[in-house]
Ligand binder design. Structure first.
Ligand code: ZN
Ligand code: ZN
Length: 303
């Protein structure tokens, strides 16, 4: 056998009733280094969740040698493929790999030249620019350079017109932020902890917004969000915005901030650090406090 199975080490971890068996990553990825196995995953992934019998799968993969086919299928079984009622389907890991391949995570390389994002900077009212390179969307101000960047799957780009991309990527960013605020790592789904790292810096021009850092306890991935962003996706703030005619699903949320009568952020306490965020529109106010752990508390809406 060409496979170096001796490289795979299993360790048993008991945490209460939870059992986790961890295989070496090299051994798991080595399993995928074969075209027949990738074809099996692709057939089972069309659509994901559908079960197939051995005969159906064998026919769809169009291989001459059933013994050889069986050998490759068995290599995937238990990791990327599972068996239910005598039929085969993708496991969760199999669906993840299939999803990443569909998203173009591993193969696609795409670039979108800088183009107007259709909004203005909330700091200096400069024009917002959208660009896409190295799997990252960047939306930044043409004048002051402030902005944000976040990963966007290249395989999804052909689904949209270039003109739609700023709005599409804003929706994607919202999904990304919501996931972080629900404390799941966007990379590995590990638990994220938050920390408010600085309040509003009034001395800089324009004032530098507050910043919170979220860190994955499993993989160490870090995501930075401002206090105003954390507040924007709280249900009470979102409800306030929606009832005033602003839908955070429609475009960059910085556009929503710019359209409100006022959006303010202020350092509330220094030790422990907390930041007060207030949105005002049509004589109505919603306020919340981002605490040292980056969670939003004491949210209050005044009519
Ligand atoms: Zn600007
Ligand atoms: Zn992680």
């Amino acid at each position: 056998m060409g496979n170096n199975d001796s490289a795979s080490e299993s360790t048993e971890k008991g945490r209460g009733s939870l059992d986790i068996e961890i295989q070496s990553s090299a051994a798991v990825f080595e399993t995928l280094g074969n075209e027949t196995r990738i074809e099996i995953l692709e057939v089972l992934g069309d659509p994901p969740g559908e079960k197939m019998s051995f005969a159906e799968l064998y026919e769809a993969v169009a291989m001459d040698d059933s013994g050889n086919f069986n050998y490759h299928l068995n290599k995937l079984l238990g990791t990327f493929v599972r068996k239910e009622d005598g039929q085969y389907l993708l496991s969760h890991a199999g669906e993840q790999v299939f999803g990443s391949v569909q998203a173009g995570t591993y193969q696609a390389r795409a670039t979108v030249e800088p183009t107007a994002a259709g909004g203005t900077c909330q700091l200096c009212e400069g024009e917002l620019i959208f660009e896409y390179t190295q799997e990252l969307v960047r939306v930044y101000c043409d004048e002051c350079g402030e902005g944000r960047s976040f990963p966007f799957p290249p395989g999804c780009l052909p689904d949209y017109d270039i003109a739609e991309l700023p709005a599409v990527s804003a929706r994607w960013y919202r999904t990304h932020v919501k996931r972080v605020l629900d404390r799941f790592c966007p990379l590995c789904a590990g638990e994220m902890t938050g920390q408010l790292i600085h309040g509003v810096n009034e001395d800089s021009d324009p004032p530098e917004p507050s910043l919170a850092r979220f860190t994955c306890t499993t993989c160490g991935k870090q995501v930075h969000l401002t206090g105003a962003t954390i507040a924007t996706f709280h249900p009470v703030f979102e409800g306030f915005l929606f009832e005033h005619g602003f839908d955070t699903r429609g475009g960059p949320h910085s556009e929503v901030w710019a359209a409100l009568d006022s959006t303010t952020e202020a350092t509330h306490t220094r030790d422990p650090l907390s930041v007060e965020v207030t949105f005002t529109h049509d004589g109505e106010t919603v306020t919340g406090f981002v605490g040292a752990d980056a969670s939003l508390t004491n949210v209050e809406r005044q009519y």
